[in-house]
Design a protein around this ligand. Structure first.
Ligand code: PLP
Length: 362
């Protein structure tokens, strides 16, 4: 959906127009530290290694895999959409033995299937909010099963749990420490409502201790990045921080914390429910399985007789509303309606429903 009539936190965009701070300026470094602290609150973690990785969500994905996975490591990946597939590709490029656990697109992953897929994988990876299908995968359930099988965790070799939270962080509850997630990454452009360009990232000590010795990426080597990004005091230059992006994220996280994380979740939930009820009242059929539907990303079958591209183009031209098309086998057959970050407002949902109703003649 479009940005709505007003942006409630202009500081996030003003960061790009203000005179630029240097990346070693003490004022910026203080903002960077504060950004990491704010991220800890939003992730629900005490992890020291919590920082914004330079690059979009996919950079977060690569950072997780290249730092933890080496040739021959067994990696179990839950796949029920495009981003689970991408994780398989990234893990395979690290030389992993990839064990894919598929569920049909539109259905959630089943935690037990992931646990049973391999006797002793180094890592189990799943996407929390599958943006390609609008499905929420239950990361807490996977963490609970892992903890049940090996309560010691640190002493044993419990598989590490990796969660892709690109489309969940800020929109639905994410509790890294409580759920037993060892490593997670997100994106800025989804429910955090900031421009794309950073990957909020967090990794606990258990995972940090099991990093590969020499990651195949120099740029994403967390051992080196952490010496710059998370050390309070002495810092070692690694790469030039994307200063304006980080200041923008700092502002976006500030707005989220001012609103209250729980309140932001309720706002997304309310909008998702309103949207999904409204679409069904129009006679449309939702795509994602009931009980696993994301409020921030709604998927709906393109109704018989409607021209996918024409409907989307009309919404954009006439109402300034952008909705996404389906991907993979569902291209042209499904619409993906994002209602996230500061666009998750009842007024936006009302406008979209009215506009779609008019365009479809329903
Ligand atoms: N994972 C999920 C669930 C996503 O939705 C996306 C992007 O939409 C990514 C990973 C990749 O993020 P980016 O496109 O910011 O690199």
């Amino acid at each position: 959906m479009g940005p709505g009539p007003s942006n409630p936190y202009p500081e996030a965009t003003e960061a790009f127009t203000r005179p630029m701070l240097g990346h070693l300026d003490p004022v910026f470094l203080e903002l960077l530290d504060e950004t990491c602290d704010r991220l800890r609150q939003v992730w629900g973690t005490e992890n020291e290694l919590t920082l914004p990785v330079s690059g979009t969500g996919s950079a977060g994905m690569e950072a997780a895999f290249v730092n933890l996975v080496g040739p021959g490591d067994a990696v179990v990946v839950g796949v029920n959409g495009l981003f689970g597939e991408r994780m398989c590709d990234v893990a395979a490029r690290c030389g992993a033995e990839v064990v894919r656990v598929d569920e049909p697109w539109g259905q959630p992953l089943i935690a037990q299937h992931l646990i049973e897929a391999h006797p002793n994988p180094k890592l189990i990876a799943a996407v929390h909010a599958e943006t390609s299908t609008g499905v929420r995968n239950d990361i807490a359930a996977i963490g609970a099963l892992l903890a049940e099988a090996d309560p010691q965790g640190a002493a044993g070799q419990r598989p590490l749990l990796l969660a892709d939270c690109v489309t969940s962080l800020g929109g639905i509850p994410v509790e890294v420490d409580q759920w037993g997630v060892d490593v997670a990454y997100a994106g800025t452009q989804k429910c955090l409502g900031v421009a794309p360009g950073l990957a909020p990232f967090t990794m606990n000590d258990r995972a940090t201790q099991r990093r590969v010795e020499r990651p195949q990426s120099w740029y994403l080597d967390l051992g080196m990045i952490a010496q710059y990004a998370t050390t309070h005091g002495a810092r070692k230059y690694h790469h030039t921080a994307p200063v304006a992006m980080i200041i923008s994220l700092h502002a976006g996280l500030g707005a989220l914390l001012d609103e209250g994380i729980d309140h932001a979740h309720r706002r997304h939930a309310e909008c998702g429910e309103l949207l999904q009820d409204g679409l069904q009242a129009m006679g449309l059929e939702l795509f994602a399985a009931e009980g696993s539907r994301l409020p921030e990303l709604t998927t709906v079958w393109v109704p018989d007789g409607a021209d996918d591209q024409k409907v989307r183009a009309t919404l954009l031209e006439r109402y300034d509303i952008e909705i996404g098309g389906g991907v993979g086998a569902f291209a042209g057959r499904v619409w993906r309606i994002g209602c996230m970050g500061h666009t998750a407002r009842v007024a936006n949902v009302t406008l979209l429903l009215a506009a779609l109703s008019e365009v479809l003649g329903r």
